[in-house]
Design a protein around this ligand. Sequence first.
Ligand SMILES: C[S@@+](CC[C@H](N)C(=O)[O-])C[C@H]1O[C@@H](n2cnc3c(N)ncnc32)[C@H](O)[C@@H]1O
Length: 247
Amino acid sequence: MDILHYGCGNVMIPYLIARQKDTLRDYPIHFIEKDFLETAVEELRSFDLAILNENLGDFPTLVDLHANLFNASSATMTGPLKRARYFIDRYDLIQPDERPFNLNIGALDALDKCCLAGIPNIFLGEHSCEAQVPESYRRYITVRATGNPERISLYGHNEYTIKFSHLEKVARTFGYRIIRCPFADFLPFEFTDKLRCIMNQPSPGCDEHEIIRHFLTDLFQYEYLLLTSDLTSEKRKELSANGINEP
Ligand SMILES: C[S@@+](CC[C@H](N)C(=O)[O-])C[C@H]1O[C@@H](n2cnc3c(N)ncnc32)[C@H](O)[C@@H]1O
């Protein structure tokens, strides 16, 4: 199986790539050291599985967009705005209301490429701006979910939370089966009395509690999409052909 696993600690740091190559030396892994957004669809066609774990938030997000920007003809648009318009039109992304909104243009671009390349299995996971906590945990766990991608400021760079419903729309257009869940789905935990007590405190009592609270919250703040397709290569080609006129 050919696996595309994007990101390598910090993918642009050759030392970390070398370490990962060494760790995985016994497996038939093909390394590509390249900006994903510069990667052509053709280069992705041979892969059976793409894993995009915790990197879509690093990709560019357009911020403070206004819906009326997209009422104009796309012929007058250039650069990222033209690309944004392409995604909004092609994938029927919900027209936002009057408020300014942010668009995960890099994440849309990355998934669009994987789908156009016909990769049959795709996993992607990130901080979600649409996260939800099941009713039974809501007393203890609070996530941020404004529905609009939000900036997360980190040391040396910013990331943005991901609007998963947009990515679902991309996948649906290509006929993928979609599983969408929080990370808690595959990292189950036992909600013991001790854990309940830690989560119920108004603030963490010690470092260990703070780590636990953060980890447990992230199990719901992070979502994943598992996309699988068994469409024939002819059907995929047909769907890919729809994307030929992309800007
Ligand atoms: C938080 S790390 C995730 C690491 C990954 N889960 C792994 O197992 O290696 C985010 C990664 O995304 C990579 N990244 C960010 N923008 C990228 C781009 N345009 N092309 C390729 N990788 C990128 C960063 O270099 C970093 O390695």
